[in-house]
Design a protein around this ligand. Structure first.
Ligand code: HEM
Length: 192
């Protein structure tokens, strides 16, 4: 038996397999680069209000009024809503602030958490939309939106389908084009 094991080690080492009893090679985990970013400006003015709005929510056939950001749902401290975390009291951020400063704010944390629920190139398959629509997935919070034509869904979809240009970050001025007129501070949120 011992001979068999030793023979096995010798054979494996000979085939370049290395010593099977050795520790495995370190797993390389380089930071993700080249990932597309969504518009922070559009999130702040057009998506955050959806996450804090009082909406009719139907759970087990019973409809109540609740917000995505409420406690028990996606509130940052008391929520049970999985990875989506929303600070309902997040203050509006001046877009003229530096990216470093904006990234320390609650509004930016809401943006980052919501962007984490997005699949680029598949807006309707993104959890941010699929969950409250209960579209091919269950949602602990029940049905929040009745259909894809709901104006809130249309806005979320527009945000996801209009990412910032390749190589540009979430503060890119390309975000102005998501508003009419094309001004992130004063324009109306585009929805299609
Ligand atoms: C517009 C409003 C809402 C949106 C966009 C939303 C979105 C989401 C998303 C993306 C997830 C998956 C999080 C993960 O990746 O782990 C989720 C899960 C969850 N949500 Fe919501 N939600 C909303 C409203 C609500 C409300 C009002 C409640 C409470 C009544 C709620 C309760 C939950 C719970 C308990 C889960 C965890 C269980 C699960 O994964 O389904 N949600 N929701």
């Amino acid at each position: 038996m011992r001979l068999l094991i030793l023979t096995g080690i010798v054979v494996l080492t000979g085939c370049g397999g290395g010593n099977p009893l050795d520790n495995p090679a370190d797993v390389a985990n380089p930071p993700a680069t080249g990932a597309r970013k969504l518009s922070f400006a559009y999130f702040q003015r057009c998506i955050q209000p959806i996450l804090t709005a009082q909406l009719p929510v139907t759970l087990n056939g019973v409809t109540t009024v609740n917000s995505c950001a409420s406690s028990g749902c996606h509130d940052d401290t008391s929520g049970t809503g999985g990875a989506l975390r929303v600070r309902g009291s997040a203050a509006e951020v001046a877009l003229s602030d530096t990216p470093e400063l904006i990234r320390t704010t609650d509004m930016y944390r809401n943006f980052y958490s919501s962007q984490g629920e997005v699949v680029f190139g598949d807006a309707l398959g993104s959890r941010l939309i699929a969950k409250p629509l209960v579209r091919n997935v269950l949602h602990g919070g029940g049905i929040v939106f009745d259909s894809e034509t709901d104006p809130n869904v249309k806005r979320m979809r527009y945000w996801i389908e209009h990412p910032m240009p390749e190589g540009q970050d979430e503060f890119s001025t390309a975000g102005n084009a998501l508003f009419t007129p094309a001004d992130a501070a004063t324009g109306v949120c585009n929805e299609e």
